[in-house]
Design a protein around this ligand. Sequence first.
Ligand SMILES: [Zn+2]
Length: 581
Amino acid sequence: MRFSAMVICFCWLLSAPVVTAADGEGVALTETQKKLIDIGMGDNRVVSVLDQLVNGIGPRLTGSHQDHLACEWARDLFIEFGLENVVMEEAGEFPVAFQRGSWRGHMVTPERVDLEFGTPAWSAGTKGVQEGPAMMLPDNIENLDMDAMKGVWVMMPAQRGRRNREARQAQRAVTEKLETAGINGWIYPTRGEAITTYGNYRISWDELPTIPRIHLRKDQYDMIVEKLGADEEVTLRIDVRNHFQPGPAKYYNVIGDIVGTEFPDEYVIIGGHIDSWDGATGTTDNGTGTATTIEAARMLMASGAKPRRTIRFMLWSGEEQGLLGSKAWVSANPDVLDKISAVFVYDGGPNAIAGLPATKAMKADFEKVFEPVMNLNPDLPFTLKDVDGIPRGIGSDHESFLAKGVPGFFWTQDGRADWRRGIHTQFDTFDLVIPEYLEHSTTVIALTALGVGNLDGLLSREGMVEPGGGRRRGGGGRRLGVMLDENTISEVMADSAAEKAGMKAGDKIVKVGDQEVSDRQSLIRAIMGGDPKKKVVFEREGKRMEAIIDWPQPNRRPQNRPAPEEPKEEKKEEKKRGDVR
Ligand SMILES: [Zn+2]
């Protein structure tokens, strides 16, 4: 595939001066390291690679056409660079494929306003252009005039804060009834200006979603509610092209090697997830991690690197649905895990790589590996942080390896960008890219791969598991210590809060505190919010169980944490809400 950006890039290269890195400041660089740094500073193509991926191919929802296309494109690049053992390997499948087309909407009366909104992945689009009045959700079923609701856009109340059980049940009765009334769709407010995309792939071809769920930017939602409150007639015209295709919708991991000269069956793994949510172009989550992996591979090949052990480049799909690609790979390759020195995952967005955690046992090796990185750019320092175990709970593909005892690292990143802005929102587009950060990070990754590949031995695993697991970034230290498949536990970490609470793999968490949860996102949100002491309700073999987990306050030491109470069967049966978002 040809992209005009590629042509622009080559023209730029012809006129660009080749910068030669100084090997001063006491660091003796090998010829290959010098070449890598020269390429990294003078012929770094990571921005162009990213452009091809996120603007040329677009967003990459797992199992979608673009996800497949991106994997083929990455595989072909790996082959073009001369990597060995290149495969695009099936990692799993979804029952239905989802293709997001265009979406547009306006308020047409009382005045015209373009609407900014999103819809979840694997949710219904409109049946062509659908125009109809906006109406607040009726309070109760008695006030419901079914005929009057036909063709209506129903404004759902914001589901924030506590609501009593009766109010919830009354609302559920109304929404269930309305599903058969021929409404145009539901309109929900977002929390703020960000429109977050998520979605549940567990749908079936025989029972596809039929009613659109519009997530309208909060200020526009509020404007409509205000007009309705003033008895103005509001008409909305919305056109959402969401398409389903019968599955199986397969997803893949793309893998390629620079085979080691001395220890070909030992590995250092460089990677990131290639899939993304599809509300924007998936530029910083995780086009950046994909592009840095691909460009690091090209740079290493161009430098003529001959590492002692194999450098393996991996791009995983299905990350956003629960690390599916990387989990599938570690499960399918148990014999290789002992031979993996370390895994370095880039999934932190637009800022520059700025460091890594290092345990005591791996510190000396890391100091050697990162020596050439320390002086790369004085404006972008690199720091090794002493830790009593590799941090857990950041929620990217390195966790799949950590769960199997393989040193898995998530790069520490720093810089001027607000790294949260793009995550799963409509803002995750190319304008968030900071080229000098991305180029620097790629050079760091390539030097790291080479350095770990050339160490005398595998990185030490001694003391890599922190007692009780690490801390979730920004979460005030609240961790369950589990691997999740949506809201079902697929694995419980040793010595974790979940293990102490008696939870097991297969348990499906349905409620945390007073919040019912139905997927990974709602579960994490429920854990992070409110009081640190929470009742967790879960289903095991059809029975409802509960446990109390009391997360430590961020400033309290973990050993002061009281032991969680034993799980017991919940006395009251409580029906799971059907309309959980
Ligand atoms: Zn990500």
